[in-house]
Write a new protein. Structure first.
Length: 405
């Protein structure tokens, strides 16, 4: 039992030693606490409205009829688009879109009203910048909704003017009504959509790079590893004790960010809170062991930090938020597969906005558990290799001393 007591005392000694680094190295609390919370605050301000509304568009009205003015008023009345200016030609509208002053250009052709009432099919054209997918799609949605309403009103007016009863005319306009029920994020709230995903992407990069720095700093020289091993009663307990302060710090940061989302922004919790907490803890542990493994394998420490950043920085693009993962190429898809943040985001969305049943929620949490165990095992194997090498060097040095004696 003395050995067990020695390991326990060594564990707490290394834990306190690493916790003291937050006081000795001011950039550590900045990197692990201040930076993620500051970024979270900035992103919260950016997405505080929750939904983008009244996006500016321009109009090129070549008709000038009552119908064209009705279309413009209807588009302007939608929550998605706001008519902010009229232009005289397509070139001016194109320049406005490219400059970012407007997100689209609505062009109403000549003789629109005459062609409509003559049963021709004139085309109202809407130009928008597809590079700005969100803004362009929202303005397009507003224009489509407005034009559909105006078209239905015209068709109803034409049918009733020919003597058709109003109720018959209305039923003939939509013979098969479609009821649309959006299941998740029906209001397109970007706080619940993007902000929930941005935090894991940011935190993942910070966790992996911090652990690559912290572990890599001690693994750079044999002397530092020998000191760590002696203090902790072994490399493995010393490594766990070294990582624990960071685990507590990252759990605190994740808790503060989630409190902001749930309390201030009203993020729904439709699933199981314990599954969400388990997913968060496994996410942090998997990234910590991933960063620790990188720090033990790559030298010098600067190279470990650089590679850790290179691997995790593009994580948000591969998580399936901005672009569905099923549509990605094999490289992007598998890059996302090996990152814990992708699976944590899946579990996070399942337990918040989706309210996914338990049997369907197990898979991402099981994958996170596997990743934590896998990266911990790889770290343990690397520590075992380093320990054996150190013991071999020590034995050789001892034999050399005995031979000299």
């Amino acid at each position: 039992m003395p050995g067990a007591r020695s390991i326990r005392s060594g564990f707490f000694l290394v834990f306190l030693r690493e916790a003291a680094q937050f006081r000795k190295r001011p950039f550590l609390p900045f990197l692990t606490v201040v930076l993620p919370l500051m970024l979270m605050g900035i992103l919260s301000i950016v997405f505080s409205e929750g939904l983008a509304t009244r996006l500016p568009i321009a109009v090129l009205n070549l008709d000038g009829s009552d119908l064209s003015r009705t279309i413009i008023r209807t588009v302007d009345a939608t929550p998605d688009a706001a008519v902010v200016m009229h232009v005289s030609d397509l070139g001016e509208g194109r320049r406005l879109i490219l400059s970012g002053k407007v997100h689209g250009l609505l062009m109403i052709p000549k003789n629109l009203e005459r062609d409509v009432f003559a049963d021709r099919r004139p085309e109202v054209v809407f130009f928008y910048n597809t590079q700005r997918m969100t803004a362009g799609n929202l303005t397009l949605r507003g224009v489509n909704a407005a034009l559909a309403g105006v078209e239905a009103g015209i068709r109803l007016s034409l049918r009733t003017s020919r003597g058709q009863p109003v109720d018959v005319a209305k039923s003939s306009l939509a013979p098969i009504p479609v009821q649309v029920n959006p299941l998740f994020n029906p209001t397109l709230n970007y706080t619940h959509f993007l902000l929930t995903a941005l935090l894991p992407a940011i935190l993942q990069t910070i966790i992996v790079t911090t652990m690559a720095y912290s572990i890599g700093r001690d693994a750079e020289t044999r002397h530092r590893l020998r000191v760590l091993r002696r203090l902790g009663g072994g490399l493995w307990p010393a490594m766990l004790a070294k990582m624990l302060p960071y685990t507590l710090v990252f759990l605190f940061v994740l808790g503060v960010a989630d409190a902001l989302l749930f309390i201030h922004f009203g993020l729904p919790l439709r699933g199981d809170r314990f599954l969400l907490l388990a997913a968060g803890a496994l996410f942090i542990l998997a990234n910590q062991f991933f960063g620790a493994f990188i720090g033990l394998v790559l030298k010098p420490m600067q190279s470990a930090v650089s590679i850790a950043t290179l691997i995790t920085a593009p994580a948000f693009g591969f998580m399936g938020i901005g672009f569905p993962r099923i549509g990605m190429n094999a490289f992007a898809y598998h890059w996302g597969q090996i990152l814990p943040g992708t699976w944590y985001l899946m579990a996070r969305v399942d337990q918040t906005v989706r309210g996914t049943p338990l049997d369907l929620s197990i898979r991402p949490i099981a994958v996170l558990l596997f990743m934590a165990i896998f990266f911990a095992s790889m770290t343990a194997l690397r520590l075992e290799t380093i320990g054996r090498r150190a013991d071999r060097v020590k034995r050789m040095a001892t034999r050399g001393s005995e031979a000299i004696a």
